[in-house]
Write a protein that binds this ligand. Sequence first.
Ligand SMILES: Cc1cc2nc3c(=O)[nH]c(=O)nc-3n(C[C@H](O)[C@H](O)[C@H](O)COP(=O)(O)OP(=O)(O)OC[C@H]3O[C@@H](n4cnc5c(N)ncnc54)[C@H](O)[C@@H]3O)c2cc1C
Ligand code: SF4
Length: 347
Amino acid sequence: MKPFTYESPPTVDQALPLLRQGGWRGQETDNAARPLAGGTDLLTLMKADITAPARLVNVKRLDGLSAGISAEAGGLSLGALTTLAEIETSPLIQQPYAALAEAAAVAATPQLRNMATIGGNLLQRPRCWYFRNPHLACWLKGGDDCPAHDGENQLHALFGDSPCDAVHPSDLASVVHALEAEVHLRSAAGERTLPIGEFFAQPTNDRRTETTVRADELVLAVRLPPQPQGTRSIYLKAMDRKIWAFALVGVAAVLRVEGGRIAAARVTLSGVANVPWRAEAAERELLGATPSGALFASAAEAALHSAAPLAHNGYKVPLAKSLVRSALAALANGAPEVPIQSSGESG
Ligand SMILES: Cc1cc2nc3c(=O)[nH]c(=O)nc-3n(C[C@H](O)[C@H](O)[C@H](O)COP(=O)(O)OP(=O)(O)OC[C@H]3O[C@@H](n4cnc5c(N)ncnc54)[C@H](O)[C@@H]3O)c2cc1C
Ligand code: SF4
């Protein structure tokens, strides 16, 4: 591991100037400063010399960076330091947001969930084995080519037009995407709020990372907007073992049925692209229709219609279809929703 300095400022205002101005968070060889939250991804990358920041800025003790969940303006606000364990167990996370607790509960291990924060979870880097191998070059790390494209791509993407075929490893990312979250950011230059669809962006030659967050910005909070009465959400995940595994494929679905017809539907897939992948064709199929097994099967077909499997990941197509069908059926047939009860903070 390369030498670095470590700073633990007391406030957000003091932390922001310590983060390097300009650039993008994915420039892994640029000696930038990096915020350190739970460290469960960043420290692993540093130990393998895949990222080598010149300065680590501890954000865990910052006055002004919250670790709590609060009911706010009819929705929920999750401070960037909220751990996955808090999300899994908070009484505030009920329907219509239940999918978020479900995703947290199947992520990583209990020990990791106690350390891992929502901010770090959305900004974690891909688990592609070429990317994580310090001895191999690859496009995402600044090289010319993607060795996975014609190589070992069992766990790689079905969708997208980036030179990188890795998949986004977060389970929670798909859920906040389907719930149409906003991410609140702050830098020394000011604050901005990004719709989740603009927070995540496929890597390009000019920005080899999965988000549009700048290197000098801190994520302050993730805000989940209010959902109309009767909205329900679910997260289903296929893994190659029952625990401590990233999603082969995951499905976050949000559904509202009114008067026997589907009034709102959002379906976002994980494990299939280097960003959470919204299945808009499936949503179009569902909107206004009467829920049925046949409708859900046809929505699942639509969701995967434009999938372009690589040599070794074709199994993900039927797996994803099956998860989409199951998620929609569970939402249409499931238990009645439980409203948010309190406006206090948890965690
Ligand atoms: C063995 C293992 C299994 C895992 N399994 C899963 C899984 O199944 N599903 C899943 O979703 N995840 C999984 N993870 C990933 C884990 O959830 C993430 O590593 C964790 O959520 C990252 O959060 P952190 O607080 O530790 O972030 P860190 O490691 O501290 O930071 C990660 C990145 O985010 C940046 N960052 C952190 N906080 C902020 C902030 N507030 N503002 C700006 N930048 C910030 C850091 O600079 C860094 O670039 C697994 C991890 C491991 C090690
Ligand atoms: S899929 Fe992306 S991370 Fe993996 S080798 Fe290719 S460019 Fe690198």
